[in-house]
Design a protein around this ligand. Structure first.
Ligand SMILES: NC(=O)c1ccc[n+]([C@@H]2O[C@H](COP(=O)([O-])OP(=O)(O)OC[C@H]3O[C@@H](n4cnc5c(N)ncnc54)[C@H](O)[C@@H]3O)[C@@H](O)[C@H]2O)c1
Ligand SMILES: O=C(O)C[C@H](O)C(=O)O
Length: 358
């Protein structure tokens, strides 16, 4: 079978599966059934979601978990490599979402047309010894290109940015959308959920609680000292010794590096990230559906501080970010942490903005 030019991944999969259908499948021996003449009527009600970078370390488990989400009716999997295999594999899961694959830049616009919700885990991950900012040179261009296509093909979609450095890639996406005249600050969210997931886990360990019963607000951004856990606001209310505060703050801020070092060159967090990304995407989709009181932390355009972007608790609703909550009372330790976080965040945000404006 030669690939025919201009064929998209779905056509390719249909062609391959039609070719593989056994000729004598039916008792009457007169006809075969290929996927092209099945009786499926199309997608059920729900949201149409695209994952950009769907064949990667995060992309694959994220695609699997989104295929399991009952709020998703159509799942578009886009990458520059390997989407036919990932799409074929995931499409066999007996859950509701219809899965379609898109391969390479020439299919990017098709992947985005008509979608309500876009998740971006495309880009290179860290190796030991690197900071997230060391990924800027490669990932900034990837996020710019993907954002340009979003502005053109699905300007009203909610966008979740996972690609690092999040503190710069979210401002990059915002600048691209501003240039295109489509920027809506309520619809662009940097995913910092993994910091919250880690904070819940590590705090629960220290307190001897079930992590599912713990909620730690983590504000600021998503790199080193910009990750600021507010341990004075943990739910359920609790207190920590100064040693516990130091240990927890350090471990939460360096959770990503802990995984990068353990993986020893084979990438960064993928499985816990896919879990966190789906937890966050599900919250966004529940908000879009109209559920009340959906509140999570995210890195968004914000007036909570003097910086143009900041991660804090937000309420998610039918139009995306419906409310951004103030930081609440901080103790002296957290106030000092906030000053450090703002200093680093300011330059990371500016770096992203300049990348698009230059
Ligand atoms: N926000 C967070 O909390 C968080 C957590 C973990 C990782 N990350 C970041 O997520 C990104 C992806 O990590 P990973 O481990 O999945 O990496 P990976 O290398 O395993 O996968 C990245 C995927 O992106 C694809 N890709 C590259 N260029 C692309 C383009 N132009 N368009 C579409 N797809 C493209 C690659 O083909 C690959 O399949 C990294 O930047 C990493 O630092 C963020
Ligand atoms: O640490 C990384 O490079 C990946 C991600 O940002 C993480 O927090 O795990």
């Amino acid at each position: 079978m030669q690939p025919s030019s201009g064929e998209n991944v779905n056509q390719r999969i249909a062609r391959i599966s039609a070719h593989l259908d056994p000729p004598n499948l039916h008792m009457d021996n007169t006809a075969s059934v290929s996927r092209l003449n099945c009786r499926a009527k199309g997608a059920a009600a729900g949201f149409r979601v695209a994952i950009l970078g769907a064949a990667g370390g995060i992309g694959q488990p994220l695609a699997m978990l989104m295929k399991m989400n009952p709020l998703v009716s159509v799942l578009h999997l886009y990458d520059v490599v390997n989407t036919p295999g990932v799409t074929s594999d995931i499409s066999h899961m007996d859950t509701g979402a219809v899965v379609r694959g898109f391969l390479g830049q020439q299919q990017l616009e098709e992947a985005l047309t008509g979608v309500d919700f876009v998740i971006i885990p495309a880009g290179v991950p860290r190796k030991p010894g690197m900071t997230r900012d060391d990924l800027f040179n490669i990932n900034a261009g990837i996020v710019r290109t993907l954002s340009e296509a979003i502005a053109k093909c699905c300007p009203n979609a909610i966008v979740n940015v996972i690609s690092n450095p999040v503190n710069s890639t979210v401002p990059i996406a915002a600048e691209v959308f501003k240039k295109a005249g489509t920027f809506d600050p309520k619809k662009l969210l940097g995913v910092t959920m993994l910091d919250v997931v880690r904070a819940n886990t590590f705090v629960a360990e220290v307190l001897g609680l079930d992590p599912r019963d713990v909620n730690v607000p983590v504000v600021g951004g998503h790199a080193g000292v910009t990750i600021l856990p507010l341990l004075s606001q943990v739910k359920p209310p609790c207190s920590f010794t100064p040693k516990e505060v130091d240990y927890l703050t350090h471990r939460i801020q360096n959770g990503g590096t802990e995984v990068v070092e353990a993986k020893a060159g084979a990438g960064s967090a993928t499985l816990s990230m896919a879990y966190a990304a789906v937890k966050f995407a599900d919250a966004c989709l529940r908000g879009l559906r109209g559920d009340a009181s959906v509140v999570e932390c995210a890195f968004v355009a914000s007036q909570v501080t003097e910086l143009p972007f900041f991660a804090s608790k937000v309420r998610l609703g039918r139009i995306g970010v419906e409310e951004i909550y103030p930081l609440g009372p901080l103790n002296e330790y957290e106030r000092a942490g906030l000053e450090k976080a703002k200093k680093e965040l300011e330059s990371s945000i500016q770096k992203g903005v300049s990348f698009v404006r230059k």
